[in-house]
Design a protein around this ligand. Structure first.
Ligand SMILES: *Cc1c(COP(=O)(O)O)cnc(C)c1O
Length: 447
């Protein structure tokens, strides 16, 4: 098929994420990707500012990851995990348990982040049932949160900004509490920051106190709320959450699907606060962006309690559980990460993003510019018209995908200073051109 025919088939028959089949947004066809560059079929090369949604931390087409997959292919691509086991799953388990916060000792593999969240929900509920507390069957989550697109995960996403009203009759009813407003870098010596933190914590305490008899768990994206708003909050809030969950006999679930594997400047975002959750969800960067895999980890206590409950086992078992190809590339990706200087890479990228984006904060139409680890966020005052902004980014040779009112960069951790420079200067130009166009169309949004 010619390039035009391929594009026509795509437009006519293939769904893209959150896309319309009657008014499809443009998509660009990728021929290949290498390192931090995505090459389109029309020959254009783009610097990747997205890591393919947090995943491709080592860049694309990495020889070490390719070799790991080729080696595993010679043994087997897949076998069922019921009644069988294999070295890639065991080796990955060993690596994960050595890296995650203390106390997490049991690993459940699944195929995607959303399913890892479903698994976490079921673990929390089976745990409470097994302790004779079946009334504790709901979850508490933060406003502005994002935990995935399947029904259980969706029920935990921000109730206003998420999809709750569309699926209202079907979704489990959960409880929500205001998201913390104390910024990650707030100075707690400062009286107003202290007061804000105290309010944030008081709101969480009130919610846990009020609903404790119905709550199985409190789920949070530690430190960084990702797809629900790219908001970064202070580690002291997470420390308080850990203590309050214990006080009110509620499990703490850390959804580290976006934050895990170094993105925020610590290997896991929980490490910023020095806390261990009762359940932790991992996904996205776990395979370095090669294959879909996720894991839900928990403590010996939670796992043993579930196992002694009515069912006598944990009630979940995906067909592609612990896929050997995915596990072996995950092992190779983790080894690469640990052998790299990921922490200084993050600091270097952070400095480059901050220096390159900060001047956007002065523009009318820009609400805030913030960075955390290898993440740079430009929050606009109004929702971004992606169809307008994205071509402007492509003109600059950068791949950026805004959502809602957020334009952000999340480059692979191997991006060089020169790559970061291209990304930030390209984004500067694109955002400025966008704001000029957008102000002309809709001035009220940009004051
Ligand atoms: C992306 C994401 C998920 C869902 O993962 P999928 O692999 O897309 O199903 C869940 N939680 C968080 C915090 C995420 O960023």
């Amino acid at each position: 098929m010619s390039a035009t025919e391929l594009a026509a088939f795509d437009r006519e028959h293939i769904w893209h994420p959150y896309s319309s089949m009657t008014n499809p947004a443009p998509v660009w066809q990728v021929a290949s990707a290498q390192g931090v560059r995505i090459r389109l079929t029309d020959g254009r090369e783009l610097v990747d500012g997205m890591s393919s949604w947090w995943c491709a931390v080592h860049g694309y087409n990495h020889p070490v990851l390719n070799a790991a997959l080729q080696r595993q292919l010679q043994n087997m691509a897949h076998v069922m995990f019921g009644g069988l086991t294999h070295e890639p799953a065991i080796e990955l388990g060993r690596r994960l348990l050595a890296l995650v916060p203390d106390g997490l000792e049991k690993v459940f593999y699944s195929d995607s982040g959303s399913v890892a969240v479903e698994v976490a929900i079921k673990m929390a509920i089976q745990y409470q049932q097994a302790r004779g507390k079946a009334h504790k069957s709901r979850l508490l989550a933060l406003e502005f949160g994002y935990h995935g697109d399947t029904l259980g995960a969706m029920s935990l996403c921000d109730p206003q900004r998420g999809m709750h009203h569309l699926f209202a009759g079907l979704l489990p009813q959960q409880f929500f509490v205001a998201a913390p407003r104390t910024r990650f870098d707030a100075d707690l010596q400062d009286a107003s920051s202290q007061a804000l933190l105290a309010q944030d914590i008081a709101a969480l305490r009130a919610a846990l106190e009020q609903h404790q008899h119905e709550l199985a768990a409190f789920i949070v994206e530690p430190i960084l709320q990702g797809a629900g708003g790219m908001r970064c909050y202070h580690p002291a809030y997470l420390q308080a959450a850990r203590e309050l969950c214990d006080e009110f006999d509620v499990l703490l679930i850390a959804d580290e699907i976006a934050t895990g594997f170094g993105r925020t400047g610590e290997l896991f975002a929980c490490n910023h606060a020095g806390i261990s959750p009762d359940i932790m969800c991992l996904g996205k960067a776990i395979t370095g962006g090669y294959l879909t895999l996720a894991a839900t980890l928990t403590t010996r206590h939670v796992a043993e309690t579930i196992s002694q409950g009515e069912a006598g086992c944990f009630m979940h078992g995906p067909t592609f559980m612990a896929n050997p190809l995915a596990c072996s590339v995950a092992c190779a990706s983790i080894d690469l990460l640990m052998a790299s200087d990921w922490r200084s890479n993050c600091e270097r990228i952070n400095a480059g993003l901050a220096a390159g984006l900060v001047s956007l904060a002065e523009l009318p139409g820009v609400q805030d510019v913030r960075t955390l680890g290898a993440i740079g966020v430009v929050e606009m005052t109004a929702n971004v018209n992606t169809r307008m902004l994205q071509p402007l980014c492509l003109e600059q040779g950068i791949w950026v995908r805004p959502f809602a009112n957020l334009v952000y960069l999340m480059p692979p951790l191997v991006a060089t200073d020169a790559d970061i420079q291209l990304l930030t200067s390209g984004l500067q130009t694109a955002v400025r051109a966008y704001l000029e166009q957008a102000t002309r169309n809709n001035p009220a949004d940009f004051v």
